[in-house]
Design a protein around this ligand. Structure first.
Ligand SMILES: [Zn+2]
Length: 149
């Protein structure tokens, strides 16, 4: 055998390779070259020699073209998948950065609000202190006024 015999193109079962015999008489047969084929599908090719017949059996231009096209398309698909994955990663990174930026802005806003709230509390205490002072002064003034009477 010159090269490994390909499986049947139709059913994918292994093919046969044997001398081609034809009946010349009732009980006599003669070898006339070589035959390769598939018993299951009843397809065969003939050649003058084993090498010739097996070469014919293994020659499949349409199948070879289709296999090349499959490889080509598989590569294209893999390439497309890589690009899609890359774009997806870009989008995820952009989303993460946006979330980070928003959280940072939110933290800043909360910080400002906290600071203002602290200032307001301090001013309220100051005002309460002043009010108590005014009440105290009024009381002193009232006492003085009573003494002067
Ligand atoms: Zn077959």
């Amino acid at each position: 055998m010159s090269e490994e015999l390909k499986p049947c193109l139709l059913c994918e079962k292994s093919g046969y390779s044997m001398p081609r015999k034809i009946m010349i008489d009732n009980n006599k047969s003669e070898t006339v070259g070589w035959a390769c084929g598939c018993v299951n599908c009843d397809v065969h090719v003939y050649g003058d020699t084993q090498v010739d017949a097996e070469k014919k059996w293994n020659t499949r231009p349409v199948e070879d073209t289709l296999n090349r096209r499959i490889v080509e398309l598989e590569n294209k698909l893999a390439d497309t998948k890589r690009k899609a994955q890359w774009e997806l990663n870009e989008l995820r990174e952009a989303k993460d950065k946006r979330i980070f930026d928003l959280l940072e802005a939110l933290a800043k806003a909360i910080g400002i609000a906290d600071h203002r709230s602290y200032e307001l509390e301090a001013k309220t205490k100051e005002a309460e202190e002043s009010a108590r002072e005014v009440i105290k002064l009024k009381a002193e003034l009232y006492d003085l006024w009573k003494e002067m009477k």
